[in-house]
Design a protein around this ligand. Sequence first.
Ligand SMILES: Cc1ncc(COP(=O)(O)O)c(C=O)c1O
Length: 375
Amino acid sequence: MENPKANVTPTYVTQPSLPELEEFYPYLQKIWENKILTNNGPFHQQLEKELAVFLDVPYVSLFANGTLALVTALQVLRITGEVITTPYSFIATTHSLWWNNIKPVFADIESEFGNLDPEKIEAAITPKTTAILPVHVYGNPCKVKRIQEIAEIYGLKVIYDAAHCFGVKHLGQGICNFGDLSILSFHATKVFNTMEGGAIICHDEGTKRRIDYLKNFGFAGETTVVAPGINSKMNEMQAALGLVQLKHYQTNIAKRKNIADYYRQGLLDVKGITVLAEPYETESNYAYFPIFVNEREYGLNRDQLYDKLKQNKIFGRRYFYPLISEFSMYKGLDSAKPDNLPVAEKMADKVICLPIYPDLEIETAINICRIIKSK
Ligand SMILES: Cc1ncc(COP(=O)(O)O)c(C=O)c1O
């Protein structure tokens, strides 16, 4: 029996977390008093420092959003030619290459977590390859050690799109320590949001300085411009919100974990529905809860289940379908051919991300499991 409650209030894949307004007012008051609205203001500086400690990384450079952080990360390392990347991600990953006039080369993913398969990277390397752009998809770590080995053998840079990874720890350290650079997104839908926002994480002061020039038109001083930089600075309101959001992070993650545990338990014995394993040696952030539908065993295909959930006002999302390689601007690439990406094709055709956010009621999660089970 489906719970009639499901027919009343729509449940979306996510709902942004916000602190109580009262908690934010004093920060706004401060901005209104000192009239510093942007350009590396006091809240911006404070958030960069607090995040470096919180994320267990050396340097954080804040951005207006994650996409501009990605575009800038490629420029900081002067990446050109071809970059090997995954088709199983949000479109911004590949768009960041396009904006830099770099040719994306898609390689297939592994089926365990849906991340770029290191064993497929080597075959995609050409004399023009300069870097690898993997994504820790759903916040689950890539095979970082193997990717680093390959990068060292072939002299390639590694930039991680860690947009889903805020707060994740892997192999005893902050996930953003791996690779040459990592980028984060603080978009409204992410586990930590500044409404819009993002960051580049780097390992040394010189690189941080160059990143900071590039996000501010290339200005290195009052009258010196060292590169054709862009304006991608985070403003003081975003930074202030980040400082408040950070105080609630642990509580929010505990609530997300609780929901994830219910889904795991509730879907355990549903034939034809699989979930991802818990990643090894990882402190997760429970950013997403993807399920995969095997039509033959479950009896309905993915889109039929997706529609059925919708009829019950449960709005999951098919992240990541279609694959980036299927969009018109990338489809013509040799590496975009479905034959080159069989695992990604399969995952994209089976996936539904179920609703998960701190304020999601356990009853709703139970009800979602009930709908999935009821067929
Ligand atoms: C994997 C991935 N990369 C990049 C982005 C872009 O981040 P933003 O929306 O902050 O520009 C997103 C999401 O929004 C994402 O999911």
